[in-house]
Every structure is written in C-alpha cells, then in structure tokens.
Design a protein around this ligand. Structure first.
Ligand code: ASP
Length: 346
C-alpha cells in the first residue's frame, strides 16, 4: 500500500519540447512559463503535494546538453536532496537517455526517485503527451511505501512506462512511446493503476548517504563498425588527440572482422592506455566475447566486454570513470562491474 498523501517534489525544467507552448500571437513555439504551470495544469492542485520549480536559464534543447549540464542537474538535486521526497526532471527527449545514464553515475547511493520525462508535443498544445507524462512522473516521484520511496533510482517515465534510466534508448522520433529498454524490464506501467515491478527496482535504504560526483572526462569516441570499414577511418578515430577510451559498436554478440590492421590498431590503442569497450549494435542481447572466432582476437588485443550495456550508458560510464581514475587497469576493472544496474555481467 502506498501512503503518498503528502509529499514535496522538486521539478527541475531543463528544456526540450515539453517546456514549449504556442505563442497565441505568433503561433511560434516559445518556452513555457513554468511559474504558470499551476494555471496551465490545474490537475496538479488535486495532488496533495507541494511542488517547487527550478529551471535552466536559458532552457535548452537537449542536443545542447552535455557533461556540464549533467553536473548542474546533479548539483541541483544534491543541494535540494534533504528537502524533497522526489525529483522530476523535464528534459528534451533527444539526449534524455544520456542524461539519465550520467545522473545514475553522478548521484551515488541515490535513495530517492529522480524521474526524467519530456514530451513529443509541446505542453501548450492540445494533443500534448506532456501533461500525462508530467503528472504521472510527479506521482511516481512522490510514491512511498511504509515511508520509503518506491523507486529510489534515476528513471525515465514516458507514455505509460517507467524505465531504469541507464537502460533506456530513444527509439522513436514520432510516436509517443519514445523510449525503449531492450535489456531490462519496465520498473512500472501506468494504466488505470501504476503497477510497480518491485523485483526489478533498487531497494530503498535510509542507511546510504548521497555522494555527489562532478568529475567527467569526455575524451572518448564511439566507433561503429560496418562491413567494408576502412583502415584510414579507424586509424583516424584512434589517433584522436587526447583519446582515452573507445566504445566499439561491434556486430551481433560482439564480433568484428579479423583483418590484421584492425588487430594492430587495437593492440596499439591498448599499449597507449586507451580503453576499448565492446558493445553490440543489436538492440537486445549481450556481447559474449570468445563465443565466435571473430571476437577472440578482440579479447587478445585487450578489448573488454560491455555485456548488454547501452551506448548511452557506456559513454557516460566511461566519462565518469575516466574523470575519476587515471590508472587504466582501474578503469577497465571498474567498467567491468555493474555500478547501478546499468549492465548484466555474466
Ligand atoms: N529537440 C527536442 C529536445 O530533445 C526534442 C524533444 O524534446 O522531444 O530537446
């Protein structure tokens, strides 16, 4: 049974389509005045919650959001942490999965809900999906069971589903169900009732102290393999000045062509201290290095497995680890364990 009669929620608006409304004069999409939210969304008054707002100035399209903004979001949550029961972050959908993943690493020991949501249509439009998303996200952020939050983790609520944030990917630029989580089940589904899938949600514990991290190093690259990929292209990636890690998007269960030049590039990268993580281009399933001959040479060249991690999580986890550790051996071993449910290590 939930007892969410009273709760305090901080709503952090970073921008994105959800923060837009149609200017009645010009018809153009302009940033929504969040101080007018209660007027636009009278439903909010029906909650017996106190809801405070803070917003980025200027509001950002999420294509403009990166490491500095992830740290800002984490700092705002950290600063307000003791005063609120839960946090809702309004965010553009384009890079929401990256931000959710990054926040899951930056907010260590999180014990309160941080629910990211957004919309495909601006909140000020008649058919907006933003209202439902926002209202349900607030309800989830406020939900408690025996005084403890039901979802004490960073998650994304969209359309009717709550996902673990660091397992999500934006999958649809058109339909309202914009996100998928191919290797981890929904944390909750919202229909007539919000049904929580408790067995797959982190367990709340008041014994954990929130630890805010701020260090991220973006000296990484994503290398997506394709049949016929040229040596020159791969070499250019590995020769990137300052490069410290590469997310290698390989085929199927983690396979790559066994041409000599690729093996040499990978060996040279390892010798230079560049960490290479193998993830699959497939939506679902995991890298299984050594299953096929075409991945044995990757292991031999020092490539490590990213198991079933998403690109978004691999990128942000590497930024986080490189920000914290200089020692390549530590980055490799830390990457190989699951920090906050972002991958299934088998
Ligand atoms: N371009 C927008 C953004 O990500 C799209 C959206 O919000 O859906 O900020």
């Amino acid at each position: 049974m939930t007892d969410n009669k009273t709760a305090s929620i901080l709503l952090l608006c970073t921008g994105g389509t959800i923060s837009m409304s149609v200017d009645p004069g010009t018809g153009a999409l302009t940033p929504f005045r969040f101080d007018q939210l209660q007027v636009q969304l009278p439903e909010l008054k029906k909650f017996n919650f106190s809801i405070d707002f803070v917003q980025f100035d200027p509001l950002l399209d999420s294509s403009e959001v990166g490491p500095a903004e992830w740290v800002r979001m984490a700092e705002i949550i950290d600063e307000a942490y003791d005063r609120y029961d839960g946090f809702v972050v309004l965010h553009g959908t384009d890079t929401m999965a990256y931000s959710a993943s990054a926040l899951s690493f930056l907010l260590q020991n999180l014990n309160k809900p941080v629910v990211l949501t957004g919309s495909q249509l601006p909140i000020g439009m008649v058919r907006t999906d933003g209202k439902e998303n926002l209202i349900t996200a607030i309800e989830i952020a406020a939900s408690k069971d025996h005084g403890l939050p039901i979802v004490p983790e960073v998650c994304i609520f969209f359309e009717s589903t709550l996902w673990r944030g660091n397992r999500t990917t934006k999958k649809n630029a058109e339909l309202f169900n914009a996100f998928g989580s191919y290797n981890y089940p929904p944390l909750a589904t919202a229909g007539v009732h919000i049904r929580y899938n408790r067995t797959v949600i982190h367990t709340a514990s008041n014994e954990r102290e929130l630890i805010l991290h701020r260090l991220l190093d973006a000296n990484i690259a994503i290398l997506k393999l394709f049949p016929g990929i040229s040596h020159g292209y791969v070499k250019a990636v590995f020769d990137t000045p300052g490069l410290r890690a590469v997310v290698l998007e390989s085929f199927g269960a983690g396979n790559a062509p066994s041409v000599d030049w690729l093996i040499k590039e990978l060996e040279q990268a390892a010798a230079k201290g560049i960490v290479v993580v193998n993830i699959t281009q497939c939506n679902t399933g995991s890298v299984e290095m050594g299953r096929y001959k075409t991945s044995v040479h990757l292991m031999d060249a020092g490539v490590i497995s990213g198991y079933d991690i998403t690109t978004e999580s691999a990128v942000t986890k590497l930024m986080f680890l490189l920000g914290h550790y200089q020692d390549v051996a530590i980055v490799r071993s830390e990457f190989s364990r699951s920090y906050c449910g972002e991958m299934t290590v088998e």
